[in-house]
Structures are given as C-alpha cells and as structure tokens.
Design a binder for this molecule. Structure first.
Ligand code: SF4
Length: 323
C-alpha cells in the first residue's frame, strides 16, 4: 500500500509469518498469501517479541497459564520458567515503533502474538480454555486501541482482508492529515473525504461522526472522539445495501448532467450490483466515467470513488457483501 506520494504504509507483522526462522523450534510459519496481498502494497515490518525478549532460537516452548497472580507465560516443560514480565516489557519497549504503524498482523494461537482465542491452561483442568490473548499482543492492543490489528488466519477471508486494508488506509490518511496540527478545518475536510466510505460501513455512525466533526468544543477532545468513532465504525463490514445507498447518493450529483439514457443505464447497473449480478467495480467505474465529463469537487475529493491502489485491490478481490 502506498500513499499518494508513493510512501509505503508501515504495517507490523509477526516475523515468523514472513518466513524468518524465529519460532521456538527454529522453524517459521511463512504465509505466502499475506506476502502476495498485503506485501504488494505495504511495508511489512517484522518483529518477534520472544527473540527481542532475549529468549533465543531454539528456546523452550511457553504457554499461557492461569495463576493466582493472573495469566502468565510459563514454560511447557518447566513451569518455573516465567517470561511474562519479559514479554510485557518488550511490548512497552516498542511503543515508539508501534506508534509509527498503521496496522499489525499477528500470528494466531501464540502465547506472545495471538490476538484472541489463545489456549489458556488452568492447573486444575485438563483442557485449556480458548479465550487467551498473547501477552505481547495484549499490551500492543491496550496501548494503541486505534491500530487495526488482525490475525493471519482471518486475513485469508477476502472480506476481512478488505476491511483490514481499508482501516489501515484510513488511519494512514488521518496521520497525514493531522501531521501539521489539528484544526476544525482539518477535521471537517477529513470527514468530507471519508463520509461516503463511512456510509458504506455504518450509516448511523457516519451521520453521528458528521455532527461530531462540526461540533463546538476543544479541538483535541473532538478529534480524539472523532477518530475513535471512525476506526470503530470501520470495523463493521461494508454491506451491499450500504454501498447501494452510497452509489445512489453519488448518482444524485449527476442528475443535471446525464442524458436520460445514461441515467437509465446507471440506475440499471446499480440495480444489478444490488442483485448480486455485478461486482462493485462496475458501478464505480461507470460513475468515474461520468464524473470525468461532469466533475464535482465533493466527489473528486472523496476517497470512496478514488481509493489508493492497495485499498481498491482489496475491495475488488473481496467476495460477498464487502464487494
Ligand atoms: S513470538 Fe510471535 S513472531 Fe515470534 S515466533 Fe512466536 S508467533 Fe512468531
């Protein structure tokens, strides 16, 4: 993923997923799908918290264990080996790097990197619960709740991949928009450019965020609430019905410029997209064609019709409602 200036968008990733031999047994878990999708469009920055914590390769395997002092990462063979504090300290030591990222892809099931459903063992029970969170991942997500974070397994789902890429791009644009400082103008312009994207994900949230962007009050507090609301709204998958509403909304900007046969063709293409007969790219391309002849400043500025290549590629490869 690149921004308009060609700068790659930084995304953290568990090192073993890029094929680095950093696992406890000296192996890796290279994920070619991620390299071919995310890797084509963004700067994947690998990190292994267990290696950074000084545990070495190979090293004793650890697992999450419920103790009277909370969940800890203990050795599988030797439970007196406790690396909890080292993993948490490693996450804290990477705060500056984490702050520079626009997304993070984590290895599933890991007691360090897993973002959910990691095995949590209990001394009195034979079977573990599948409700743990890797200790490094837990700190990462607690420190940076806005950061889009996903597990590699979930990103084989095209809808989830598209949703992740969208969130990465939006956070990246927020960082760029606010790099020169916050102002009411920055906030309202950002919202104007993202309103249609937000509508495709969550119509009520899009309206509420529009009111927030225009509200009176301290700009820092407003901006904080606004971007939290944006990143939260984008977690809802875009739906076909919401896309149809957005496409019809955009169509309204052409009502004085289209001949009746062009209007009928556009309405038919949107109808066929709604019915699942056409992918989203067809009405989007037709709208782009019409706006080349009849430009509109609001539409030209919107990221909905003119996304970055990586964002577009994700949406196009997604099957189902996100498409
Ligand atoms: S700690 Fe994370 S990056 Fe390192 S090997 Fe385990 S899952 Fe991979």
């Amino acid at each position: 993923m690149n921004d308009a200036t060609g700068t790659p968008i930084p995304v953290g990733i568990s090192s073993c997923l890029l094929g680095e031999a950093v696992r406890y047994d000296g192996g890796h878990k290279r994920n070619d799908h991620l390299r071919e999708t995310l890797g084509r469009y963004c700067d994947l920055q690998p990190f292994c918290p267990e290696v950074a914590a000084g545990l070495g390769v190979p090293r004793p395997a650890v697992r999450l264990v419920q103790t009277h002092t909370g969940v800890r990462a203990l050795g599988v063979q030797n439970p007196s080996l406790d690396v909890t504090a080292r993993l948490q300290a490693t996450a804290e030591a990477q705060r500056r790097w984490h702050e520079s990222l626009c997304g993070y892809v984590l290895k599933k099931d890991s007691p360090s990197c897993g973002m959910a459903r990691v095995r949590r063992y209990h001394p009195d029970r034979e079977q573990p619960e599948r409700d743990g969170v890797g200790l490094y991942a837990e700190r990462l997500m607690a420190n940076f709740p806005l950061l889009p974070v996903e597990e590699e397994g979930r990103l084989t789902n095209p809808m989830l991949l598209a949703n992740f890429m969208r969130r990465v791009h939006v956070l990246w644009r927020w960082r760029q928009a606010t790099a020169g400082g916050l102002s009411r103008r920055v906030l309202t312009e950002f919202h104007a450019r993202h309103k249609l994207i937000l509508m495709s994900h969550h119509q009520d949230a899009a309206r509420a965020l529009g009111r927030l962007a225009a509200a009176e009050g301290a700009i820092e507090a407003l901006a904080d609430a606004y971007i939290r609301g944006v990143m939260d709204a984008l977690k809802s998958p875009a739906t076909r019905g919401n896309h149809v509403n957005v496409l019809q909304h955009i169509q309204g900007y052409l009502k004085r410029d289209l001949a009746s046969d062009d209007k009928a063709e556009l309405s038919d293409v949107i109808r066929r997209y709604h019915a699942g007969e056409l992918p989203l790219i067809v009405p989007v391309t037709l709208l782009q064609h019409h706006f080349r002849k009849a430009p509109d400043p609001f539409i030209a500025n919107s990221w909905y019709l003119y996304p970055y290549p990586g964002e577009l590629a994700a949406c196009l490869c997604a099957a189902g409602p996100e498409n």
